[in-house]
Design a protein around this ligand. Structure first.
Ligand code: MN
Length: 488
């Protein structure tokens, strides 16, 4: 994993004299150090901003530093914000304005004019906020005391979203073959997506993958089999099918790593020279933090990798998902999500089983091995990125996953069952109204707020369907957003 850090730049000015500036510097360094102990990424105190030239210089450095995933600013004292204009106009990294204060309390006996001049974040942060608003900067504002756990948790959450931005800007997607024929929602403007999100989406021949598979050695397959045996329960005698998946996985991963790709797609309509659609192969690659999209869906593949990077430990509980079937019994309304094979084991409630079954779709000469499991229960989100023509729309829906309410013994794939918010049928109406795809990224550890942060930083449209959404309000919002985005 690449090293990521955030820069802490603290606003002040010369007006109060050297001693105040030295105190501001000392306290800012102390705050960054203390916060770093509790944050998922280091917060590095860089400098105090006291002149336009100095601020411009530090922002230019932030832009060009590959490890810097964003800047956090705060004004200990007043910091006249015309000084920040030239720098802010150049800023290309995610930006958080942390409105806090060094001291928690107003000290009744001690407070005098000197104290007020030193501790006037309430004053300084408003001037600072105005200039960002005036410049129409995409930014996150978090206010609260810097030692409070809930405040630190919010900064941590934003940092992870900002890391999602960094991963997005470095994203390379390997496509084996094109999209599934005639499907609309998996299409999209790759040039526009590269401009907006940074993704390099390119194609490689399935024949090249077959060539790579043929070069995989028995020893490499033996090592992969040992990994499978350690991680999963083997529930089939068809060892040949598992070994074939191991060969596919090794070859796909070699090609991706050689090109620096973090996500890939394939389609059952183009498996020329392969015996089986990669099932277990794709699932085990996803478990290592890579993104995948079925039927050539490169948008969901890249988004899967981004949400994984935003999750816990840089490889969270997020996976490629597809809405398949509903259970519409009154009071027990659920979606059943699965895919023909490729559901990520990071969503699993227990230890997945490797099974082999016939797969009727596509050109599978042999029964592909796949991981079968039940998804975890718990709160989550489903995420879909769609191309509206001229702009991208990111749709996020809150869900509540449950232990599947029936065992479904003849279903030969991994399954997740959930209730979409605000309720199943209203949720479906809203999702369809917004144009959300059948493919999504389902995540247990990335939040809707983080996806809103991501969309803001990327300057793309964001639609959130939650427990309070109504179809009427959503329809009106979509209409207004359509006008707004055309004017933007
Ligand atoms: Mn699909």
């Amino acid at each position: 994993m690449k090293k990521r850090v955030f820069w802490f730049v603290v606003g002040s000015q010369f007006l109060y004299g050297d001693e105040v500036l030295r105190t501001v510097e000392k306290r800012s360094a102390e705050m960054a150090e203390e916060l770093t102990k509790k944050l998922p990424y280091p917060l590095v105190f860089k400098t105090i901003g006291v002149t336009a030239d100095g601020i411009t210089k530090i922002i230019k450095e932030a832009n060009y530093d590959d490890e810097c995933a964003g800047i956090v600013t705060w004004c200990h004292t007043f910091s006249p914000s015309k000084m920040w204009i030239n720098g802010f106009e150049l800023l290309q990294k995610p930006y958080l304005h942390f409105a806090t204060q060094y001291n928690r309390e107003i000290p009744n006996e001690e407070i005098d004019m000197d104290f007020m001049n030193l501790n006037q974040a309430a004053h300084g942060d408003r001037e600072h906020g105005f200039i960002a608003a005036r410049l129409r900067m995409p930014r996150k504002v978090i206010a609260g005391y810097w030692q409070d756990e809930d405040v630190i948790a919010r900064i941590a959450s934003w940092m992870k979203a900002a890391v999602g931005v960094a991963v997005s800007k470095e994203m390379k997607v390997m496509r084996f073959g094109d999209n599934m024929r005639e499907v609309a929602v998996t299409e999209g403007d790759k040039v526009e997506v590269q401009k907006k999100l940074g993704w390099q989406v390119n194609t490689w021949a399935v024949g090249d993958l077959v060539k790579e598979m043929n070069a995989v050695t028995e020893a490499e397959i033996d090592a992969k089999m040992a990994e499978y045996t350690a991680k999963y329960d083997i529930a089939t005698d068809n060892t040949g099918a598992i070994r074939y998946q191991a060969k596919e996985e090794i070859a796909i991963k070699k090609m991706m790593d050689r090109e620096g790709c973090l996500a890939f797609t394939n389609t059952f309509q183009d498996l020329y020279g392969m015996e089986q659609l990669p099932g277990l192969a794709s699932q085990n690659i996803m478990a290592a933090g890579y993104g995948y999209g079925g039927e050539g869906d490169w948008k969901v593949a890249a988004m899967t990798a981004i949400l994984k990077a935003m999750g816990e430990n840089g490889n969270g509980a997020s996976g490629f998902m597809e809405d398949y079937t509903y259970h519409l019994v009154k009071g027990q309304e659920y979606s059943l999500g699965a895919h023909m094979l490729e559901v990520c084991p990071s969503l699993a409630a227990g230890k997945p089983r490797i099974e082999t079954h016939h797969l009727g779709i596509g050109m599978n000469e042999k029964d592909p091995a796949r991981l079968v499991f039940e998804g975890k229960a718990g709160k989550g989100i489903v995420v879909s990125l769609i191309d509206m023509g001229g702009r991208l729309r990111l749709i996020v829906q809150d869900i509540e996953a449950v232990k599947p309410i029936m065992p479904m013994p003849n279903l030969p794939v991994a399954r997740v069952m959930w209730r979409a918010m605000p309720d199943l049928t209203t949720g479906v109406e809203c999702w369809i109204q917004a144009g959300g795809a059948h493919h999504t990224v389902l995540s247990y550890d990335v939040t809707a707020e983080q996806m809103a942060d991501f969309a803001r930083m990327m300057d793309i449209e964001f639609v959130h369907i939650d427990k309070n959404t109504t179809p009427e309000a959503l329809e009106e919002k979509l209409m207004l957003m359509d006008i707004a985005w055309k004017l933007k």
